[in-house]
Design a protein around this ligand. Structure first.
Ligand code: RB5
Length: 162
């Protein structure tokens, strides 16, 4: 059974709980990494454990939610090997996989209702990465990532042609 991790802050919790149920119905081994309960929490505390696991390969795919999805996507994309895509329409959810091979789908729980969130996740899971020129772009992103890691960051260090 394929593993999929899911986490949110308080603002994404209701949609997160519904998606966890949906993913179980689809036959996934769902690792719900919180939040549970209604109290206000900081989204990095819940997004980081998920992004870390995707980054080091323990989990291949995950869903993150916060109010807008913006904070979780900023956070998750700091992690090496993570390609997190914030989506709120079905076309982008499909492209996130076909063109970007996104390994984390990010959804805004205050933007997207439960029904659409289910559709977004299903579309992303069912789509296939198309490779080819899209792989070439991902390779170029990987070069930037490597350079950032080697040089400790610094925008000017990575602007030469990849
Ligand atoms: C929490 O109020 C909210 O700031 C958070 O869920 C998220 O939208 C941040 O990007």
């Amino acid at each position: 059974m394929e593993k999929i991790a899911i986490a949110s802050d308080h603002a994404g919790r209701e949609v997160k709980d519904d998606l966890a149920e949906f993913l179980k119905e689809l036959g996934y081994d769902v690792i719900d990494m919180g939040v549970n309960g209604d109290s206000s929490v900081d989204y990095p505390d819940y997004g980081s454990p998920v992004a870390e696991r995707v980054s080091d390969g323990r989990i291949h795919r995950a869903v993150l939610l916060c109010g807008t999805g913006i904070g979780m996507s900023i956070l998750a994309n700091k992690y090496k090997n993570v390609r997190a895509a914030l989506v709120s329409d079905v076309y982008s959810a499909r492209m996130a996989r076909e063109h970007n091979d996104a390994n984390i789908l990010v959804i805004g729980g205050r933007i997207v209702g439960k029904g659409l969130a289910r559709e977004l996740v299903k579309e992303w899971l069912d789509a296939k990465f198309l490779g080819g020129r899209h792989q070439r772009s991902l390779d170029k992103i990987r070069v930037v990532e490597e350079k950032m890691n080697q040089k400790g960051g610094g925008y000017n260090d990575v602007t030469e042609k990849t």
